[in-house]
Design a protein around this ligand. Structure first.
Ligand code: GDP
Length: 307
């Protein structure tokens, strides 16, 4: 069994490639970008996994469903409602259904598993917790939900800090712990270290299980040199006082990851720092621009099965 920990646009690229190679794959998904909007419970990272693994993802955007229309949003606009969060007509179905099931008392875990089966997705998608956890971005304009910062305000306010509401008291799904303890390798996907990975791995219950399995954990860098491959990772890392580099990411993951996959073009000095910190570093092409790149990286990662 292989477990991938992640969420979002970088993670899905690797996950869908690993899914082509192995039968027994489980994904532990971030939930801290979940948000209540328009009376609907929206789970962007889970939905990206669902759409990506069912072949429905808009690959160009990295989120949402391909060939979407936005009639629902147009109507909302006429009704004077906020429409900054882009919900397409096809996409609406998952949010409406999930919200109804939540209101009927089902857990996010069982709803997600039901959705997975409806879309005939093989890999299990495990929300790390059923509780509502929220990444809050502290900015010069005040504190806001991560979606408000990134989508509504287009990531422009200066970031002063990041905090995770509800994280410490959240109850981790046992399925996530079992996935980690039973896997041959546990992959930390190339996701945003602060907003996608940290809200999973920093929870004491998850961290304890990861530390116990440290030798089998492989982290893929989302950064080359001092540049994230995409997204606001640099803003968040700066705000939490972590260097924007592979070394910075390693300082966050070091306690529980023993293997680090970095770009073939990574600075040798940085690699030296990682090795000094006790990490086993391997180099390959880590940018996934197309299916070929994704499969190459997946095969590289699966190579750890033989080590
Ligand atoms: P985002 O930062 O809000 O986009 O959140 P995500 O968790 O979706 O993070 C995307 C992360 O994945 C960013 O830190 C990117 O640098 C990284 N990323 C995106 N595409 C790739 C890729 O092809 N390869 C690698 N190694 N990292 C990637």
């Amino acid at each position: 069994m292989i477990t991938v920990i992640g969420g979002g646009t970088g993670s899905i690229k690797l996950v869908r490639a690993i899914a082509k190679r192995v039968q027994d794959l489980q994904v532990i998904s971030n939930v801290a970008d979940n948000i209540w909007l328009m009376g609907l419970y929206i789970c962007p990272d889970i939905d990206t996994m669902v759409y990506g693994l069912s072949g429905q993802l808009d690959i160009g955007k990295g989120w949402g469903i391909k060939e979407e229309s936005y009639n629902f949003l147009e109507q909302l606009k006429i009704l004077g409602q906020e429409t900054w969060f882009r919900i397409g007509d096809k996409d609406l179905a998952i949010h409406v259904t999930r919200t109804r099931m939540l209101k009927e008392g089902q857990s996010l875990l069982s709803i997600t598993d039901w959705i997975r089966r409806q879309y005939e997705i093989q890999p299990r998608i495990i929300p790390v917790t059923n509780n509502h956890v929220e990444t809050r971005i502290i900015t010069e304009q005040g504190e806001m939900h991560i979606q408000e910062f990134w989508v509504k305000n287009k990531g422009s306010p200066e970031v002063r800090g990041v905090r995770y509401e509800g994280l410490k008291t959240s109850i981790i799904n046992q399925e996530a712990i079992d996935a980690i303890s039973q896997s041959e390798i546990i992959v930390i996907a190339p996701g945003n270290p602060v907003s996608s990975i940290w809200p999973i791995v920093s929870h004491k219950v998850i961290k304890k299980e990861l530390v116990r399995n440290r030798k089998r954990i492989v982290a893929i860098s989302p950064i080359i040199g001092s540049n994230p491959i995409s997204g606001p990772a640099a803003k968040y890392m700066n705000a939490v006082g972590v260097e924007v580099s592979v070394a910075g990411v390693a300082s966050l993951y070091n306690e529980f990851a023993s293997n680090f996959v970095v770009s073939s073009n990574e600075n040798p000095e940085t690699i030296g720092k990682l090795e000094k910190a006790g990490l086993y570093v391997s180099k390959t092409e880590i940018i996934m621009k197309d299916n070929r790149d994704e499969l190459n990286l997946a095969d590289f990662v699966l190579g750890f099965l033989k080590k």
